[in-house]
Design a protein around this ligand. Structure first.
Ligand code: PLP
Length: 380
């Protein structure tokens, strides 16, 4: 199988698997004060440093969670605890969109969704307009889109939010471990990540909470006060240790890995467009994650294409959020028709992708799209 679905989940990095398994073979609650507990706490501490190193922040600013979904919920809920407007965009992951809708449901008009252009880019003027009404609790805009890979130019958006007295959160789930993220450079207050997107285990993530920001304290889970009260419950020591090891491995190879992956993606994309014709690449071509391509194959519904190439793991719309056959809200927000959205396949590559994966995906996709287009052309 040519696995080209890294935006849904990445295979676990060997170093992460090793560290996770080793931690699973030991006993110890990270809150216990005896030696086993201290060993567990030590593993968590090391992971906290490794994740902080990847982001260039301090370990004390990392709160471990069950993933980016929880981190997004935590960030938005805390920032909104005193009410106010939530500003986000139409192309966010449901973990942000649904949370924002839920938080503002009882006060209509306090959720503002920024639109994007045909390239998937959020408009700075739109943010200025939305901020001008005042009383904005939080602006939440993703760093990289999960369906198209489009990267947001965060700096001017963060500056605008701060000038209006609002907190800024970014869902960086698809960017962390794929491109450098330097929290000394980007002045976001809150950032979410999920370990399984960069080769750690599933079910582990983190919320970065910048030291010194004024964030009303609002845990989602109450109990024993772990993670400085942000998230109660016995820590998932093995998962967290694996997340740390994945962060360290991703950090080490970041520059070479992203260049290599971008070359493979370009080869895939260019060959498919050249050989198949009548395709459209979605998203700003020069502002994308290195491993992602979202391609509309006109005249070929994506579900039929994917079924016709069982040896390739790619996805239709955003497979990481649901199996439901609804059109991609991201592509619709970018102005694509329902038919175009339904004829779009997302290929996402990552650290272990090879030239052989890409060659196989090229051959199978060309065969599948030609076959589906031929079938669609037969009048019923
Ligand atoms: N945010 C983005 C942009 C994502 O792509 C995902 C992927 O599923 C999530 C949040 C949710 O991550 P998780 O399911 O690991 O909580």
């Amino acid at each position: 199988l040519a696995y080209l679905d890294y935006n849904a989940t990445a295979p676990m990095r060997p170093a992460a698997r090793e560290v996770t398994l080793a931690a699973m073979q030991t006993v110890g609650n990270a809150s216990s004060t005896h030696r086993s507990g201290r060993d567990a706490a030590q593993r968590v501490d090391e992971a906290r440093h490794q994740v902080a190193d990847l982001l260039n922040c301090s370990p004390g600013e990392i709160v471990f969670t069950s993933g980016a979904t929880e981190a997004n919920n935590l960030a938005l809920r805390a920032a909104h605890s005193a009410g106010g407007t939530v500003i986000t965009s139409t192309v966010e992951h449901p973990a942000v969109l649904e949370t924002a809708k839920n938080l503002t449901a009882s006060a209509p008009g306090t959720l503002k969704l920024l639109s994007v252009d045909a390239d998937g880019l959020v408009d700075l003027d739109g943010l200025h307009d939305a901020l001008s009404a005042g009383d904005v609790a939080i602006v939440s805009l993703m760093a990289a889109n999960n369906e198209t890979g489009v990267l947001t130019d965060l700096a001017p958006l963060v500056e605008a939010a701060h000038a209006a007295g609002a907190l800024f959160h970014t869902d960086a789930t698809q960017m962390v471990g794929r491109l450098p993220v330097d929290l000394a450079e980007i002045d976001v207050d809150l950032l979410s990540l999920s370990a399984h997107k960069f080769g750690g285990p599933q079910g582990v993530g983190a919320l970065f909470v910048r030291r010194g920001i004024s964030l009303p304290y609002q845990p989602l889970i109450f109990g024993g006060g772990q993670e400085r009260g942000w998230r109660a419950g016995t820590l998932n020591v093995a998962g967290i240790a694996g997340a740390g090891a994945a962060a360290a491995a991703a950090h080490r190879g970041l520059a070479e890995e992203s260049t290599r992956v971008a070359r493979l993606r370009d080869l895939l994309e260019n060959t498919l467009v050249e050989q198949l014709g009548d395709c459209r690449i979605n998203g700003a071509l020069d502002r994308r994650l290195p491993g992602v391509t979202s391609i509309t194959f006109h005249g070929a519904p994506a579900d039929a294409v994917l079924t016709a190439m069982p040896d390739v793991a790619a996805s239709e719309g955003s497979a990481c959020s649901s199996g439901a056959p609804s059109p991609s809200h991201v592509l619709l927000a970018m102005g694509r028709s329902r038919e175009e959205a339904d004829s779009t396949v997302r290929f996402s590559l990552g650290y272990a992708s090879t030239r052989a994966d890409v060659d196989q995906a090229i051959a199978s996709t060309i065969r599948a799209v030609r076959q589906v287009r031929a079938t669609m052309a037969i009048p019923i």
